[in-house]
Design a protein around this ligand. Structure first.
Ligand SMILES: O=P(O)(O)OC[C@@H](O)[C@@H](O)c1c[nH]c2ccccc12
Length: 262
């Protein structure tokens, strides 16, 4: 059983428990369920921002605890001030030490798009994402069939959510392309064995149709890589650990952006 299999098995139990605890009607009564979402594209392509999707991540299966000493407030507001185009907030509890309350908090405090970073396998989670204040959902090709992607993405679009599809290889990309997607993210980390290579993004770039925003995810730790990824057509850069492993993740991002712009 790979780690991804374990995460999905756990997620199925978690979703069943959430459904028993909070009904669809209750989700739809959330104030955020009716809000107008921010456009992912608009913030990514805004020249005054950086294209960086800055992630709040306390822990990961590959690295263990990264940083459990900082608050959602200090980190996400500093990320936004430093020029993040969007925030990514982990809501998986067991493997990433995330909480749904982290997403609500990030939403309350910021006026840029927020990505719900989780393992989406059920329509309930999409509705829940809107109710928690998300603007963007992540769909991971490795754990979904093309029909599931279509179903979850079209539901998300009907709620005004932006959809980011994550792929790790050409086969996943080609089978998963769907008109309801807004952005395609190439994960430089193989979720089956945790190996990382930014080359994965360069290899897949030309295969992503131009109507989708191109995002490079994971293992980005220097600004030269971003400059090269931009030349290859990428407009979004998802960065977690490189900032979160520092005592002050917001300050780390500020320095990084200074270097990127300098
Ligand atoms: O911390 P990194 O290497 O900068 O990576 C961030 C992000 O890409 C990574 O957390 C991620 C990418 N896809 C995921 C899917 C689920 C959980 C986490 C992820």
């Amino acid at each position: 059983m790979t780690i991804l299999d374990k995460i999905v098995a756990n997620k199925k139990r978690e979703v069943a428990a959430a459904k028993a605890k909070v009904s669809y009607t209750q989700l739809e009564e959330s104030e955020y369920f009716h809000r107008e979402t921010y456009s992912f594209k608009e913030f990514l392509l805004d020249e005054n921002r950086t294209g960086i999707i800055a992630e709040f991540k306390r822990k990961s299966p590959s690295k263990g605890i990264i940083n459990d000493q900082v608050t959602v407030k200090e980190v996400t507001t500093a990320y936004a001030d430093a020029g993040a185009s969007a925030l990514s907030v982990l809501t998986d509890r067991n493997f990433f030490m995330g909480r749904k309350a982290d997403l609500i908090r990030a939403r309350q405090l910021n006026t840029i798009p927020v990505l719900r970073k989780d393992f989406m396998i059920d329509e309930y989670q999409v509705i829940e994402a809107k109710a928690l204040g998300a603007d963007i959902i992540l769909l991971i090709a490795a754990i979904l069939t093309p029909d599931e992607i279509k179903k979850l993405a079209s539901l998300a679009k009907s709620l005004g959510l932006n959809v980011l599809l994550e792929v790790h290889n050409l086969e996943e990309l080609q089978r998963s392309i769907d008109p309801n997607l807004d952005a395609i993210g190439v994960n430089n980390r193989n979720l089956a064995d945790f190996t990382v290579s930014v080359q994965t993004s360069f290899d897949l770039a030309e295969h992503i149709p131009d109507e989708f925003l191109k995002i490079s995810e994971s293992a980005i730790s220097n600004t030269n890589v971003i400059k090269e990824l931009k030349k290859a057509g990428f407009s979004g850069f998802l960065i977690g650990e490189n900032f979160m492993r520092q005592e002050d993740p917001g300050a780390a991002m500020r320095e990084f952006v200074k270097d990127l712009r300098g």
